[in-house]
Design a protein around this ligand. Structure first.
Ligand code: GAR
Length: 197
């Protein structure tokens, strides 16, 4: 039986596409749902084009009530009985109640070499710090923001004159390689980290 994967997005969904396209053939998992907290997320149409069920749980009507938002999200997720959740550019902070419900079953990709630069503006912070390398990390999601066990990293150089946009564009293709590689291992219950290139 294939592991059932739900992918959570907020934006363009390029990592979602990389994950979804990787789950084919002898892959041990299959995508069962793409859910966005933003109705206008470009990734929703891409998911539909890939034949994946989609759902929207707009966070805005819930205001600051994160628990109510997450209850609505959980209802959508549970309807598709996922074994694994992949956060792929999902830009909402999750409560400890949600992260503990999915403990050991939820992955995230973050555009920095964690533990450096959890949170936002990772590329600008790496450049401002004078770092000579940057990259991306896939990790298990715990209650600590961007803090769970690291399951993979890909490194790229920071080049002289880099802008945050240029660095992000250099890292993104590595996100698309790293996340599928980690998910495949994870779905096979293999927790050894993946290091790229
Ligand atoms: C990716 O770069 C991902 O690492 C980042 O958002 C982008 C989403 O792009 N995630 C975070 O910053 C999480 N804090 P995508 O929608 O094209 O996959």
């Amino acid at each position: 039986m294939s592991a059932r994967v739900a992918i959570l997005i907020s934006g363009s969904g390029s990592n979602m596409v990389a994950l979804a396209e990787s789950m084919a053939g002898d892959h041990p998992a299959r995508p069962v749902l793409v859910v966005s907290n933003r109705p206008e997320a470009g990734g929703l149409a891409k998911a539909r084009d890939l034949g994946i069920a989609t759902a929207v749980v707009d966070h805005r009507p819930f205001g600051t009530d994160r628990a109510a938002f997450e209850a609505a999200l959980t209802e959508q997720l549970e309807a598709h009985r996922p074994d694994i959740l992949c956060l792929a550019g999902f830009m909402r902070v999750l409560t400890p109640a949600f992260t503990s419900r999915w403990a050991g079953r939820m992955l995230n990709i973050h555009p920095s070499l964690l533990p450096k630069y959890p949170g936002l503006d990772t590329h600008a912070r790496a450049i401002a710090a004078g770092d000579t390398e940057a990259g991306c990390t896939v990790h298990e999601v715990t209650a600590e923001l961007d803090g769970g066990p690291i399951l993979g990293q890909a490194r790229v150089p920071v080049l002289p004159g880099d802008t945050p946009e240029a660095l992000a564009a250099r890292i993104l293709p590595w996100e698309h390689r790293l996340y599928p590689a980690v998910l495949r291992r994870f779905a096979e219950d293999d927790r050894r980290p993946v290091f790229l290139p």
